[in-house]
Design a protein around this ligand. Structure first.
Ligand code: DAK
Length: 259
């Protein structure tokens, strides 16, 4: 376990890491110090070549992350606000460029910066008490950590627009119906289900998992022709790895692959 002031980073069995935003008294609101801790923790994970999956959650039973820290934001100048937004955007982008899958385990409120953090992970599992929303307009601001861009990509423009201009929250089941969340579990089971999914991912070839993440993350911002060309390249590259020969040989020998 590595302890930062505002973030816990645990290495769990099977090369799975768990990053917990740890400011439960303020429902894990993100201030600039927490973002810096998160960025440092992400570099620890990135530097460990044996890491396979990262889980991201919030401390306590009430909240994943209830947004950017309003008490710190309230007095910012325009330039400081811009810098704060850039710090968060850069940190959140790192979840997408990390070469292992990142699963958000949303265990309560995911509002504003919290919803934006969850959306920067590769996919989301939610507890049954989770609530998702972008309430920035109720505070007189726009989203600043990517919400106006990532939300429409996940739930479609019309639903995103409704959420963004009204500030209406979605409960966990509605978030799942809208495609924001993959699965909803009772809160007590959320971590166990996250670990189960992580274990399933860990049984697959690490290089093919890494390439697959890259294809989805980079491909969605390319035109179809270039995205498919990138797929051909990485598919071809798989044949230069031991993984491909082990995976296919194991299938033909009717045994489980040992990656
Ligand atoms: N920031 C700071 N403190 C927060 C907080 C937050 N986002 N959310 C909760 N807290 C604190 C509360 O002030 C309270 O502190 P004490 O009074 O105990 O000292 C403690 O956490 C417990 O919260 P409540 O007493 O309010 O708990 P309730 O169960 O009654 O309500 C709630 C839970 C989540 C519904 C409520 O706390 C709430 O509405 N929180 C704020 C949610 C929110 O509006 N989040 C979005 C923040 S805006 C940018 C542009 C925009 C942004 C950033 C950058 N740029 C252009 C660069 C905006 C980003 C956002 O995330």
């Amino acid at each position: 376990m590595q302890t930062f002031d505002n973030v816990l980073l645990e290495q769990l069995e099977g090369n799975v890491y768990c990053l917990t935003v740890n400011r439960p008294k303020v429902l894990n609101a993100l201030n600039k110090e927490t973002l810096a801790d998160m960025a440092a923790a992400l570099e620890v994970v990135a530097a460990d070549s044996s890491a396979r999956v990262l889980l991201v959650t919030g401390a306590g039973e009430k909240s994943f992350v209830a947004g950017a820290d309003i008490s710190q934001m309230q007095a910012l100048t325009a330039l400081q606000a811009k810098k704060f937004g850039e710090q968060a955007l850069q940190t959140f982008r790192r979840f997408e460029t990390l070469d292992i899958p990142v699963i958000a385990l949303v265990n309560g409120f995911a509002l504003g910066g919290g919803c934006e953090l969850a959306m920067s992970c590769d996919f989301i599992f939610a507890s049954d008490n989770a609530k998702f929303g972008q309430p920035e307009v109720t505070l007189g601001v726009t989203p600043g950590f990517g919400g106006s861009q990532r939300l429409p990509r996940l739930v479609g423009r019309a639903m995103a627009m409704e959420m963004l201009v009204s500030g209406r929250m979605l409960d966990a089941n509605e978030a799942m119906q809208r495609g924001l969340v993959n699965h909803v579990y009772p809160q007590a089971e959320l971590m166990e289900q996250g670990l189960k999914m992580a274990a399933k991912i860990c049984r697959n070839g690490p290089v093919s998992v890494k390439f697959t993440k890259e294809l989805v993350q980079r491909g969605q911002d390319l035109d179809l022709e270039n995205a498919c060309a990138m797929e051909s390249d990485l598919f071809g590259l798989c044949f230069a790895t031991d993984e491909q020969s082990e995976g296919m040989t194991a299938f033909l020998e009717k045994r489980k692959a040992d990656f």
